[in-house]
Design a protein around this ligand. Structure first.
Ligand SMILES: Nc1ncnc2c1ncn2[C@@H]1O[C@H](COP(=O)(O)OP(=O)(O)O)[C@@H](O)[C@H]1O
Ligand SMILES: [Mg+2]
Length: 235
């Protein structure tokens, strides 16, 4: 099985001295879905932001075998689609259509394909009816769904999602789970939504104070109540 992502001895401190990640080692196979769980402040977002070089710590990160470095960061960003925790970080164009077409447009795709991709992505999240709306007029849950569409429209080989089900109503949460399950790409999903993780993830990495406290098969990790108790993370 080829590796999509490999972390070796990755560590990161914020400028104020917070050690957010310490000696992180794991890999994700191509096509695999890894769930990233752990308490608030464990380092989940910090880890995800390393995947396309927004944050750069020490150690080694390889994406599809290529070392993440200044020379290939642009190439790697084409493969890694990142859905941020805060949709306002994802939506910066005047209208929903422009936001969702931004990626495909910058990939140099022909107009017809851009339109097709935008409407497919918006349909996937049930938001095609707002394509002409002003993005910042949408509700938080709607913004989240559009922000997911901005990444789906780029058809990335690796999908990275930071708490994708937060603020979604039950219908759109379960719709999102179905969409994610139907997209056969490599995925890393950080979430407190353990039900979603149990439905989607092949394996789970449990972060605790910047360290990988456990990694293993989803069933094995999520049924380990002793581990959860020890980490003060009650189920
Ligand atoms: N910009 C920042 N500057 C300083 N510390 C930060 C910054 N962002 C996050 N942190 C700290 O890094 C740690 C990990 O945060 P984060 O990755 O956001 O955790 P999680 O996503 O698991 O809740 C926390 O202690 C948090 O307070
Ligand atoms: Mg976070």
């Amino acid at each position: 099985m080829s590796k999509a992502i490999e972390f070796e001895h990755v560590a990161f401190s914020y400028p104020d001295g917070t050690n957010a990640l310490e000696d992180i080692n794991f890999s994700v196979d191509s096509g695999e879905c890894l769930g990233l769980i752990g308490p608030n402040g464990a380092g989940k977002t910090t880890l995800l932001l390393h995947l396309n070089g927004i944050l750069r710590g020490s150690g080694s990160i390889r994406v599809h075998g290529s070392q993440l470095c200044d020379e290939n960061i642009t190439l790697i960003r084409k493969d890694v689609g990142m859905v941020f925790q805060d949709p306002d970080m994802q939506l910066f164009m005047p209208t929903v259509f422009e936001d969702v077409s931004f990626g495909p447009l910058h990939m140099g795709l022909p107009d017809k394909e851009i339109k097709e991709r935008v409407f497919k992505a918006l349909n996937d999240v049930d938001m095609a009816y707002v394509s002409d709306k002003i993005s910042h007029h949408l509700s938080f849950g709607e913004k989240r769904r559009v922000s997911i569409a901005t990444v789906l429209s780029m058809e990335p080989k690796i999908l990275v999602l930071d708490e994708p089900t937060s603020n979604l109503d039950p219908k759109h949460r379960s719709q999102l789970i179905d969409i994610l399950r139907s997209i056969p790409v490599t995925k890393i999903i950080a979430s407190h939504d353990l039900d979603m993780i149990s439905r989607l993830a092949d394996r789970v990495l449990f972060l605790e104070e910047g360290r990988a406290a456990a990694i293993g098969q989803t069933k094995h990790i999520l049924s380990n109540s002793r581990l959860f108790k020890e980490l003060g993370f009650y189920l």
